[in-house]
Design a protein around this ligand. Structure first.
Ligand code: SAH
Ligand code: MG
Length: 199
């Protein structure tokens, strides 16, 4: 475990140097604590990058299994390499594909959405059928580095403005969703925690 922690620190450092947008420390702390508290044993992750969050989740719960999807080939290859380094091949399955082309039959205790921010509604709609009845869907980057709370006219970049608008739309979609109840948290880069409504 000491070895794993050291490896994880190295992985985090390298990912940051390479400009890979891995989850913030506070976000990861929240996610791993959430996994333990809610006895999460199966996770579907959309957006592997190089495997940092998948590996962090697997390390905190030795029973945990993760299926994680990445569409960027180089990142996927790096993730596979990292998973091997941690000896987690039997618990972390990496899929190389665009998540919007992936159809899964399994059910998961937790679905973690952390991929293209403009596609969140599509990811949510596509994979919510893979959620266990008492499962959770957690979405990262709801604040998108603070831009979501900024007046729109202050965001000069057109693409960025479009992306922020999409995140706001997703927020409204979650707020108005009558099948899921969502809590928004300011932790890290902002998280949305959704769970099926029981009526
Ligand atoms: N969860 C990772 C960070 C993911 S960064 C961590 O915290 O360690 C977001 C990743 O999602 C990027 O690597 C990007 O290539 C990937 N991505 C974006 N859209 C995707 C899609 N439609 N399908 C699969 N992967 C996608
Ligand atoms: Mg993220």
């Amino acid at each position: 475990m000491v070895e794993a922690n050291k490896l994880l620190r190295e992985l985090k450092k390298k990912a940051k140097e390479d400009g890979i947008p891995i989850m913030s420390d506070k976000g990861i702390d929240y996610l791993t604590t959430f996994i333990l508290k809610n006895k999460i044993n199966t996770v579907l992750e959309i957006g592997t990058a190089v495997g940092f969050s998948a590996i962090s989740m697997a390390l905190v719960n030795p029973k945990l299994k993760v299926v994680t999807i990445e569409r960027d080939e180089e990142r996927y290859m790096e993730a596979v390499k990292n998973v091997k380094k941690f000896d987690l091949e039997d618990r972390i399955t990496c899929i190389f594909n665009d998540a919007l082309n992936v159809k899964l039959d399994d059910k998961f205790d937790l679905i973690f959405i952390d991929a293209a921010k403009g596609q969140n509604i599509n990811f949510f709609e596509r994979f919510s059928t893979n959620l266990e009845d008492k499962g959770f869907i957690i979405t990262d980057n709801m604040k998108f580095h603070g831009y979501v709370d900024m007046p729109e006219e202050e965001i000069k970049n057109r693409n960025l403005r479009g992306l922020v608008r999409k995140i706001k739309e997703y927020k409204t979609y979650l707020e108005e969703n009558d099948k899921y109840e969502t809590e928004f948290s300011d932790i890290g880069d902002g998280l949305a925690i959704s769970t099926p409504r029981i009526d």
